[in-house]
Design a protein around this ligand. Structure first.
Ligand SMILES: [Mg+2]
Length: 192
């Protein structure tokens, strides 16, 4: 038997209260569903970026038409998808989900890794601090939801639920959640 001061039973101390708070907080963290956001076509308007680059420089178009993700510096200055930054910030403030980024960085454009990380920090500050996965195998990620515009790179084999977003660039198909308004509404419904 532990040697307890039974006079304390029924009258929790400040320390007990703090411990309970800490426990509740840890439990909340454990139970929060994990959401991964793809970058291109979900957070980043990649199509807009390379179309604009091609418009400005026809030579660039001749060289990179079939592989626009290899245009030097293309990821650094791309604009966000409409509503993406504001919606992610709201989701972060609501604290109902554990938010991560899961992006494929082109193998033959190594600067893209740096540019993508720079982009994330520039638009989201610390929201995704040490919460970024660069992978060609999204099927190996553990989590509840993956928001992606494509089914490639293992997205269709993701262990949780794929939330198809925007327009699938491989098929031209408009996905179930065409914009951030639709996606945010869905994510808010799930946690209510
Ligand atoms: Mg994408």
């Amino acid at each position: 038997m532990h040697n307890r001061d039974i006079s304390r039973i029924g009258s929790p101390t400040q320390k007990d209260y703090e411990r309970t708070q800490q426990y509740t907080k840890s439990l909340h963290e454990l139970l929060k569903p994990i959401v991964y956001f793809d970058m291109d076509g979900v957070l980043v308007d990649f199509k807009g970026a390379f179309e604009e680059a091609f418009r400005r420089d026809p030579q660039l178009k001749a060289t990179y038409q079939d592989n626009p993700d290899e245009i030097p510096g293309i990821f650094r200055d791309a604009s966000p998808v409409k509503g993406a930054v504001e919606a992610v910030k709201r989701l972060h403030d609501q604290d109902a989900y554990d938010l991560y980024i899961a992006s494929t960085s082109p193998w033959d454009n190594p600067e893209a890794l740096t540019d993508k990380l720079h982009w994330i920090k520039h638009h989201f500050g610390d929201i995704f601090y040490k919460r970024v996965f660069f992978t060609h195998h999204k099927n190996l990620l553990v989590g509840d939801y993956l928001v992606d515009d494509r089914t490639e790179r293992g997205a269709d084999q993701f262990s949780g639920t794929l939330l198809p977003f925007g327009i699938n660039p491989d098929t031209g198909h408009v996905n179930k959640y065409p914009d951030w308004e639709a996606l945010e509404s869905q994510l808010n419904q799930v946690t209510m």
